[in-house]
Each structure stands twice: as C-alpha cells, then as structure tokens.
Design a protein around this ligand. Structure first.
Ligand code: GLU
Length: 391
C-alpha cells in the first residue's frame, strides 16, 4: 500500500531530526574504531556525575520503580519551584510545574496544548531543528523571522511586529540559542515582551542552555519581567544539558495554572510520569550545591575561547562569537559549498562531523559543537583547517 494511504496527514511532511541522526552516525563510526572528531554533538561530553548515578541506583534498589504522579513527584516539583525562584526570579508554585521526558517533550506538550489547526507560530531563524517539525505535527504553521549575523542573530521589535498577524498564537524564544549562541539582554526582552503583551501572543521560552553562558552575559527569563508577560509565558528547562543527563530524559516547564492543568491532562493520557528513577536522579542533581555547574561552565568557557581563537585564523569561515550554549554557527559561503556537501565531505575526507545549517534555516552555515574536550577540539580544528585550505 502506498505510504500516503497509511500515514496520517499530520506526519506527511515531517523530517527526521538531523541533529540526532548525525550525532548517532558520528557515535557509531567512533564505536567502529574510526578516529572521528565529533563536533556534531548536542550534549555535554561529561559523564553524569557519580552522586546522581548513585541516587538512581538507590531508587532502583529501594523499589522506587512504579508509577509516580503523572506530572512528577511532589518533592521534585517543589525543588524546581525553588530553582525557578532562586535562579530565575520566577514564582511558579509546585502546582504550576510539569516534569516531562526531556525539555523537548515539555516544548511539545506546550505546543500541543496551545496550538489550534492553522495557528501561526513565530520562530526566530536560525532556529533549533525540532521547533518547526513540532509545530507542524500540532497542525500549526511555523513562520520564521529571519535574523542575520549583523544583528547577532536576534529579532528586534520592528521585525516581530511585521510578522504578527491575525493567526499568530505564539512565539518561541530560545535564549541562549541553539545554534547561534545569542543571548537576549534585558532591554531586548523588555521590548519583545511589551509587544507580546500588547498583541496577546504567548511565549514558549526555551531556556535549556541557561547554564552555558560566557563572559559577562547574563541569562534572563522573559516571564520574570512583569505579571503580564508571566501570564503569557511557558518557561522550559531541564537537567539534560546542565547536569550532563541527556539520556535520563527529564525536562520541566512552569506556566500559568490553566495551561498547566491542560498540559497535565495531556501527559496523563500520553506518557504518564517521566521515569521514576530519573526523577530521583534529577532530585539529587537539583538539590546539591552547584559545584558541578560551575566546573562545567568554566570548562566550556575555555573551550569556546580556544575554538574561537582557532576559527578566527580560517579565512574561509566567519562567525559571531557565541554568548551562550555550546555551538558556533559558522558561515561557509566563501567555500562555495552548500551545508550538506560541506558536512558530508568534511566527514568523509577529514573525519570531522558537524551539522549542516540547512535544517537550522541557513544553507550557508554549519554548526560546530564544542561539547567535546580541548584535545579533540584541537585535533578537529587542525583537520578542518587543513581540509579547508585544500578546497
Ligand atoms: N538539542 C540538541 C542538538 O541540537 C540535541 C539533539 C536534539 O534533540 O536535537 O543537537
């Protein structure tokens, strides 16, 4: 039978995730013994800290292996509520929090809860690859707001105004941003929030890279600016990136009570609770002092600085120095290759994996991840430099 007859309409034009596919390919080649330098990874290379693993082992040994409340165990929601208050000046009571299977799941829950068919969702572009696919699955329409390197890949209020129409339901804001590394400052957020409040546009604020922020830049949660924008915002975060726990699948969101109640129903009838064991691990991660967070942040600052210093010497590449997250979005126009060809040839000819920019919204860019140690970064850049000079 033809595939069009079998597969539901809403999944017809959905693309697979290139970030996951390429990361998996690089890992597989490495396991096969190939000397690949992985600049594709969207996850910190650090092992999950031992004290977190031990909490999970204890959870298993003590039989904490059954259903939990669907939106998460009360003690974890309480801790997340305290975290939001302490780190983000956000007042979300535990009843305003849903713990899910990764921040990606939290975003998906939020979209599915808010989008009606044909609603438009504004996505500043370049953008993370999954936003538009999730919007499409929810039968909404992704509308990209183009940004440029000159503007540090940030939207401004004039542009935003141009893109808001009758059908606009929400804006997805991702700061620090994957893939560009831009971080919105207070003034920029004030402007964006005032327009969203005026036009009654909801905001999904994806803050999962919060802990990866460099120099003197500061992470600000848009919902903390005032009550009006708070009432329109769902704040997304998770332990995956900050605590190197990507495989544990624990993300969470905070938002207005009515939206949270709807998301809770959705989760009741879809995944139920996120894994009980992972919840115990996340509990320990969030309740301990932030020594690990400081260490990981300092290490990533060093990596970013080193990578930036090396990339500056490669004449055929240009980039904006990332203020946050762990990616550099490199302009490859001068190589005269499209991003897929660039990435494929670099992997085959120089054994370095990067992600093509095409699915992030620019075929003139590639994404280089520095979630790998300095030795690997050095080796990868040596190879990249030599390869590019021969083009
Ligand atoms: N967000 C990460 C990335 O962009 C992890 C992979 C994914 O879920 O896309 O690489």
């Amino acid at each position: 039978m033809r595939i069009e007859r079998i597969i539901a309409q809403r999944l017809k034009d959905i693309n697979p995730s290139p970030t996951l596919a390429i990361t998996a390919k690089a890992k597989k080649l490495k396991q096969e013994g190939k000397d690949i330098v992985n600049f594709a990874g969207g996850e910190p290379d650090f092992d999950t800290p031992l004290f977190i693993k031990q909490a999970a082992i204890e959870a298993i040994n003590s039989g904490f292996t059954k259903y939990t409340p669907s939106t998460g165990i009360p003690e974890l929601k309480k801790l997340i509520s305290e975290k939001f208050k302490k780190d983000n000046s956000l007042d979300y009571s535990p009843e305003q929090i849903v713990v899910s299977c990764g921040a990606k799941h939290s975003i998906f829950n939020a979209l599915l809860t808010l989008i009606n068919p044909q609603d438009e969702v504004l996505i500043p572009s370049p953008h993370w690859v999954s936003y538009q696919e999730m919007v499409k699955i929810c039968e909404g329409i992704p509308r990209f707001i183009p940004t440029s390197a000159e503007d540090n890949f940030k939207i401004n209020i004039k542009q935003l105004e141009r893109y808001i129409g009758k059908k606009t339901k929400l804006l997805i804001l991702n700061s620090p941003s994957n893939p560009t590394g831009c971080v919105y400052n207070l003034d920029e957020l004030k402007e964006i929030s005032s327009l969203c409040v005026e036009k009654k546009i909801f905001v999904i604020s994806d803050e999962v890279y919060e802990n990866f922020i460099y120099d003197n830049h500061k992470h600000i949660s848009i919902a903390s600016l005032n009550q009006d924008i708070y009432n329109l915002t769902i704040t997304i975060n998770g332990v995956s990136k900050s605590f190197s726990m990507t495989g544990w699948r624990i993300g969470y969101l905070g938002g207005p009570v009515e939206i949270i109640e709807a998301i809770s129903k959705l989760q009741d009838h879809s995944t139920s609770n996120p894994t009980s064991i992972s919840q115990k691990a996340a509990l320990i991660a969030l309740s301990t002092n932030n020594k690990f967070l400081i260490e990981i942040k300092e290490e990533f600052q060093k990596r970013r600085d080193y990578l930036v210093s090396r990339l500056k010497r490669i004449k055929k590449l240009s980039f904006v120095i990332p203020e946050g997250a762990f990616y550099i979005f490199c302009d490859i126009t001068k190589t005269e290759l499209d991003s897929l060809t660039f990435a494929n040839r670099l992997l085959e000819e120089a054994m370095v994996s990067v992600i093509p920019g095409k699915d992030f919204g620019s075929d003139n860019h590639i994404r280089i991840s520095f979630a790998t140690d300095i030795e690997q970064i050095k080796k990868g850049i040596d190879r990249l430099e030599e390869w590019i000079n021969k083009l």
